[in-house]
Design a protein around this ligand. Structure first.
Ligand code: NAP
Length: 258
C-alpha cells in the first residue's frame, strides 16, 4: 500500500464554523497552509473574520456568515460555499457557545433560555450543518466532518449543564453519523478539548482560579488553539478514514476516560 499524503489538502474546500476567532481561526490557518481553500464562517464579529481571512496563505478563500441557531441561515451558508467554491470536502463544526446557568441560582426563565440557546447553537445548528454538508458530499462522492465537542461531555459541567449535554449529544451524533454516512464515503469524527486558551476561556483563565485550571493537567497549562486545530486536520486528512466514529481527547491528561 502506498503512503497517503498526510495533511495535504490541496484542491480541497474546507468550511470551518466559528473561524473568526480561537480554535476555528487556528484551524483555518493550518488548513490553508496545507493547500486548502477555506470558507471562514462567523456569526457577529465580521472584523475578526476579515482578520482570519487576511492571515490565510494561498488564494480562493472566502467569508460566510450565519447564526448557527438559524436553520435557514445554516442551509444558506453551506449552499453558498458550494456555489462559490465548487465543492465541499471538509466541514469543521467548531462554532459554539458556553454560558453559566447554575441550577442553584438561576431563575426558571434563565434556566430555560440557557438550555434553548445552547442546544440550538451547539447541537441543532451543528446537526443542520452536518445534514446540509452531507447532502453535497454524498453528491460529490465523499467528504469529512469533524465536530469540536468538549471534555465537559464526559466530566460534567456543573455550572453549565446545557453545554455539557450539548457536547455529549454532539459526540453521540458524530458516532451515529459515522455509521450512517460511511457507505457514502463520508467520515465523521469528534475532537473533545479540555481548556483551551481562547476568548471563551479567557475570563476563567485570567481570574484567581486560573492557576487551578492550568493545574488540572500534569503539563500545568491549557491547550493552545493550534494544538486542537492540529488534531482537527489529522482527523480530516487522507489516511485517517478508519478513525471514523472516534472521539479524540485533547486535554493534556487532565481527564482520562476509560
Ligand atoms: N476554549 C475552550 O476552553 C474550549 C474547551 C472545549 C471545547 N471548546 C469548543 O471549541 C469550539 C471553539 O471554541 P473557542 O474557544 O475557539 O471559542 P471562541 O473563541 O469563543 O469563538 C467562538 C466562535 O463561535 C462563533 N459563534 C458563537 N456563537 C455563534 C452562533 N450563534 N452562530 C454562529 N457562530 C457562533 C463565534 O463567531 P463570532 O466571532 O462572530 O462571534 C466564534 O467564531 C466551541 O465549540 C467550544 O465549545 C472550547
Amino acid at each position: 500500500m502506498s503512503t497517503p499524503p498526510i495533511m495535504d489538502f490541496s484542491g480541497q474546500v474546507v468550511l470551518i464554523t466559528g473561524a473568526s476567532r480561537g480554535i476555528g481561526r487556528a484551524a483555518a490557518v493550518q488548513f490553508a497552509r496545507q493547500g486548502a481553500r477555506v470558507a471562514v464562517h462567523y456569526h457577529s464579529h465580521a472584523q475578526a473574520a476579515a482578520e482570519t481571512l487576511a492571515a490565510l496563505p494561498g488564494e480562493g478563500h472566502l467569508i460566510v456568515q450565519a447564526d448557527m441557531a438559524d436553520a435557514e441561515g445554516v442551509r444558506r451558508m453551506v449552499d453558498s460555499v458550494v456555489q462559490q467554491m465548487g465543492r465541499l470536502d471538509v466541514l469543521v463544526n467548531n462554532a459554539g457557545i458556553y454560558e453559566d446557568h447554575p441550577v442553584a441560582t438561576v431563575s426558571y426563565d434563565e434556566w430555560q433560555a440557557a438550555w434553548t440557546r445552547t442546544l440550538q447553537t451547539n447541537l441543532v445548528g451543528v446537526a443542520n450543518a452536518a445534514y446540509c454538508a452531507a447532502r453535497h458530499m454524498m453528491a460529490q462522492g465523499g467528504g469529512r466532518i469533524v465536530n469540536v465537542t468538549s471534555r465537559g461531555a464526559f466530566r460534567g459541567e456543573p455550572d453549565a449543564p446545557a453545554y455539557g449535554a450539548s457536547k455529549a449529544a454532539m459526540n453521540s451524533m458524530s458516532q451515529s453519523l459515522a455509521k450512517a454516512l460511511a457507505p457514502h464515503g463520508i467520515y465523521v469524527t469528534a475532537v473533545a478539548p479540555g481548556w483551551v486558551d481562547t476568548d471563551m476561556a479567557a475570563d476563567y483563565l485570567n481570574a484567581p482560579g486560573g492557576d487551578a485550571i492550568r493545574a488540572q493537567s500534569p503539563l500545568n497549562r491549557v491547550a493552545t488553539p493550534d494544538e486542537v486545530a492540529y488534531t482537527v486536520l489529522f482527523l480530516a486528512s487522507r489516511g485517517a478514514e478508519f478513525l471514523t466514529g472516534a472521539v479524540v481527547d485533547v486535554n493534556g491528561a487532565s481527564y482520562l476516560r476509560t
